[in-house]
Design a protein around this ligand. Structure first.
Ligand code: HEM
Length: 477
């Protein structure tokens, strides 16, 4: 905190005027005066219109669009307690996402920083970030994922076996499936039983604490999130110590990180590659958090878009029926079939474009730099508006149409950011694609489905999901 802010804080508290302090803190930094935009009301800024647009069907697009028309592609605002510069366009994404020479770092909310811990991949930058990425790259590569295929396939079939002739909440079902998959991959959790239940309930509390108010007071969602995180860490501690004592050997993600961590396990590897227990736990939790809601949301949106676009569903079903027809031996889906579903891959990309599950990417300037003719100062929050990039009519004509054929040809760089780009591009994208391909295969060859209500509202959480959890009636084909 700057000295002047500290003095103001002390004076305000002493004078019993915390409100004056809040007013003081929500004043615009002087250097921001050159950036166009409105900061809204004192203290709350433009948070209310941001939140209300955020949970509308078109998401923050409304908020962005009205301001982009008034102020241009770069504008400032004060939302959710932060002075923020919003930007859009391929040029801005190139600069912010490639983040050359340590220009920017990831900008997590305070709640996320506290829950995930300081050694999380999301809180590291530079060399430390590169090192962690190297460690998780191999188990998340297509080859590294092959050993989990059987489990993913079995879970998808078992989930869908329950659907015939029933009303289901698609989002809840997708969530159970993706959590079983990631729990198994990461720490060989059995798909049912007490451990799975504990894991599931703690994870849900952690997940909902991210979008909570940052008050660590007993009874608040944030406080419950921290407690659930501690229980999850206790679970991990006992698993790690069992593994270390040789009681339990599993071929999972945790094991591959422990092997890298244990002294003497890899003599040739330099000590740089060893992770502490804290790093292990923070990063296991990070993968869970980053990988679960996103994949759940993608699966749910995909089902919704398919139902709303029958010709796309027909063509997709055709691809999957053809896979079955081409099978020479065996009756079940194989690893090589999953890796050869060209139309399904385009449907997934189009889903990520239309839904834009992560509507903005948040960064913090690590140094002063120039962008679109504006001087950005070290420490500023910078938000890249991905929704506008994904709905730019020059790149995606008729942008609201769900049309997977847009991905027939190669797109211009930085125009599609479903999994991000640059050094922070999603390391879990192969896993997400495999989970979705397997699930969709079994879904479309067996069932048709209809939504039980017409509601396009979106949950006001960081990851965009249908608010009503997409209730559907499922019938066999
Ligand atoms: C359809 C599902 C998914 C989508 C749409 C998605 C999307 C993204 C995007 C857009 C980013 C970049 C964000 C930014 O630049 O600010 C990202 C980063 C990340 N994703 Fe995913 N993701 C998905 C699944 C997964 C899975 C399954 C995992 C892990 C098992 C995962 C782990 C991560 C991690 C750890 C990061 C941060 C990387 C870093 O900061 O270096 N994601 N994801």
């Amino acid at each position: 905190m700057e000295l002047i802010s500290f003095v103001m804080l002390v004076m305000c508290v002493l004078l019993g005027l915390p409100i004056v302090w809040l007013l003081y803190m929500s004043r615009s930094p002087k250097e921001m005066e050159g950036i166009p935009g409105s900061l809204g009301w004192p203290i709350v800024g433009e948070s209310f219109s941001f939140i209300s647009d955020f949970s509308s069907p078109s998401g923050i697009f409304n908020f962005m669009n009205t301001r982009q028309q008034r102020f241009g592609k770069v504008f400032k605002s004060f939302v959710l307690g932060r002075f923020t510069v919003f930007m859009t366009g391929r040029e801005a994404s190139k600069i912010l996402l490639t983040g050359k020479d340590g220009l920017v770092s990831l900008n997590l909310f305070y709640t996320g920083q506290q829950v995930l811990g300081p050694t999380s991949l999301l809180q590291t930058s530079g060399e430390a970030h590169k090192r962690l990425r190297r460690l998780i790259a191999e188990p998340l590569s297509v080859d590294g994922l092959k050993k989990y295929f059987h489990f993913i396939n079995t879970q998808a079939k078992e989930t869908l076996n329950q659907w015939s002739g029933r009303k289901v909440l698609a989002l809840e079902e997708a969530s159970t499936f993706t959590l079983k998959v990631i729990g198994h991959m990461i720490m060989s959790l059995e798909p049912t039983g007490e451990e799975q239940e504990k894991f599931r309930s703690n994870f849900k509390i952690i997940s909902s604490s991210f979008a909570s108010l940052p008050f660590k007071i007993p009874g608040t969602a944030f406080h419950r999130g921290i407690q659930a995180r501690d229980r999850m860490y206790a679970m991990l501690d006992s698993t790690i110590s069992r593994r270390r004592s040789g009681e339990d050997f599993q071929q999972d993600f945790l094991e591959s990180l422990i092997m890298k961590h244990t002294k003497g396990a890899a003599d040739k590897e330099d000590s740089e590659n060893k992770l502490t227990d804290k790093q292990l736990k923070d990063n296991i939790l990070t993968l869970l958090v980053a990988g679960h809601d996103t994949t759940t949301a993608a699966l749910t949106w995909l089902m919704k878009f398919l139902e709303e676009n029958p010709t796309v569903l027909e063509q997709l079903r055709e691809e999957h029926m053809q896979i079955i027809a081409n099978r020479k031996d065996g009756t079940d889906l194989t690893w090589s079939e999953v890796n050869n579903m060209p139309y399904t891959a385009k449907v997934i990309s189009e889903t990520l474009r239309r839904a834009t599950i992560l509507p903005w990417f948040s960064r913090k300037a690590s140094q002063d730099f120039e962008l679109d003719g504006f001087r950005v100062k070290k420490g500023w929050s910078l938000n890249l508006d991905v929704v506008s990039i994904h709905h730019d009519p020059e790149v995606f004509p008729d942008p609201y149409k769900f049309d997977p054929s847009r991905f027939d040809a190669l797109l211009k760089p930085f125009s599609f950011l479903g999994f991000g780009s640059g050094p922070r591009m999603c390391p879990g994208m192969n896993l997400a694609k495999i989970e979705i391909c397997v699930f969709i295969h079994h879904l479309v060859i067996r069932y048709k489905w209809k939504p039980l209500e017409k509601d396009d509202s979106v949950q006001p959480t960081l990851v965009r999901m249908p608010k009503n959890k997409y209730p559907i009636m499922v019938e066999p084909l």
